[in-house]
Design a binder for this molecule. Structure first.
Ligand code: HEM
Length: 399
């Protein structure tokens, strides 16, 4: 199978459902393989890591592909840190990064724990009433959306409508996204929502992130209105769908590896090690990409033209045997776990620490509260149809 066939197969439903055999084939071609004259496929750990850290490679933004038509979804996320290159990127990222300090995350822990316990109470009531519940909708979605919305200052009554909207918008980030009509409508609605919330906070400031970022508009160097809204939408989007999928992928792995669940319950395995191995083994973000910012750059010996693209298979890199021996074994006891799932370099995930702590607190309390937690008999777990944001839509459970 050559690199073109692998890329095409990854875009098919079967490839998205189980991309790991295709990643293994990509690695067999070498850590880097040419797909088209202006595209390379990168599956080796060191090579993915290197491109992510190399400032000669940039994210997709107007500087690299000038003049590209701009649908609303592209414009909104394109105004955020995720799609901004140097020198603007660092100035935009710094104030947002100041909120996600280790100290701030530690301070959030009591509130996260309280939310976990509240959601577990609700699940317990559903078990008592119906005998089962959907873990994705009732817990994996609700926990991170409440945490990020509390940080942002989004009122409680508005939070649960975001699951569909964010799902539609993130189609934009998918591998070969296709029609963006629904993503554009979702982007416009989310932008409107945050425009109204930002106006409210200008009049009545709160102790939240929307207020903090609103305070940066009109200052120098600050954020302009488009950047403010783009970053608020990004924080919402980045803040929960990925973490939702980390929780779902993790629980599904526990069902397949009951000895790991037993070790966690017995305190014989640090929950942080389990979370790290879930991030490595079934990454909620499977890939990203970078564009060559100038001519004459190469990846693994393959030259790219200016604007040429390196498809970075994060999840394949996580399973590179040169980095993680026996990589297809789920093993939270392995000597070292160093996934690239939060990226690396200038765009390294701002919420990595928050996501890790949310997941650790969630699994710890979930497993202790429901010792008999298991898949609900007669009901199917359903994977989403995404490649990039890998997760489940339904994970029916009983206790
Ligand atoms: C398991 C959960 C998460 C995963 C797997 C994840 C993964 C990632 C990855 C791979 C990137 C870099 C993308 C690239 O380089 O192209 C990223 C960036 C980012 N993430 Fe996360 N993320 C998670 C949770 C969060 C949370 C909870 C937040 C916020 C509360 C967040 C906020 C961000 C932001 C703002 C960026 C852009 C940083 C920049 O471009 O400078 N993420 N994330």
């Amino acid at each position: 199978m050559d690199a073109v066939a692998i890329v095409e197969a990854l875009a098919e439903p079967a490839g998205r459902a189980d991309p790991y055999p295709l990643y293994a084939r990509a690695r067999q071609l070498g850590p880097v393989a040419r797909v088209w004259p202006d595209v390379v496929l990168v599956s080796g750990y060191d090579e993915v890591n290197r491109v992510l850290r190399d400032p000669a490679f940039g994210v997709v933004d107007g500087d690299v592909r000038p003049g590209a038509a701009e649908p609303a979804s592209v414009r909104v996320l394109g105004s955020s840190v995720l799609r901004t290159n140097p020198p603007r990127h660092a100035a935009m990222r710094a104030p947002i990064a100041s909120v996600f300090t280790p100290r701030r995350v530690r301070e959030l822990e009591p509130a996260i724990t309280a939310t976990v316990d509240l959601l577990l109470d609700e699940i317990a009531a559903e078990f008592a009433r119906d005998g089962w519940t959907d873990f994705m909708d009732r817990f994996a979605f609700r926990l991170p959306v409440n945490v990020i919305c509390a940080l942002l200052g989004v009122p409680e009554q508005d939070r649960y409508r975001f699951r569909g909207l964010v799902g539609e918008l993130t189609a934009l980030l998918e591998f070969m996204p296709g029609d963006l009509t629904a993503a554009d409508l979702a982007a416009a609605e989310l932008e409107d929502y945050f425009r109204r919330l930002a106006a409210e906070r200008r009049n009545r400031p709160g102790a939240d992130l929307v207020t903090a970022l609103v305070g940066l508009t009109g200052t120098e160097p600050g954020l302009d209105e488009g950047e403010l809204l783009g970053n608020l939408v990004l924080l919402l989007v980045a803040g929960f769908e990925t973490t939702t999928n980390l929780l779902g992928n993790g629980l599904a792995l526990l069902f397949r590896h009951p000895h790991v669940a037993a070790a966690l319950r017995a305190g014989a395995l640090p929950v942080a090690d389990f979370v790290e191995e879930v991030l490595r083994f079934d990454a909620p973000v499977q890939m990203t990409s970078r564009l060559a910012r100038s001519a004459g750059l190469s990846v693994g010996g393959f030259e790219l033209p200016r604007g040429g693209e390196a498809l970075l298979l994060i999840a394949a890199a996580n399973r590179d045997p040169a980095r993680h021996p026996d990589p297809d074994r789920f093993d939270p006891w392995r000597a070292e776990i160093a996934p690239l799932t939060f990226g690396a370099g200038p765009h390294y995930c701002l919420g990595a620490m928050l996501a890790r702590r949310e997941a650790a607190l969630a699994f710890d309390r979930l497993l202790r509260r429901f010792p008999g937690l298991a898949p609900a008999p007669g009901r199917e777990a359903v994977r989403n149809s995404r490649l990039l944001l890998r997760g489940y839509t339904d994970l029916p459970v009983r206790c």
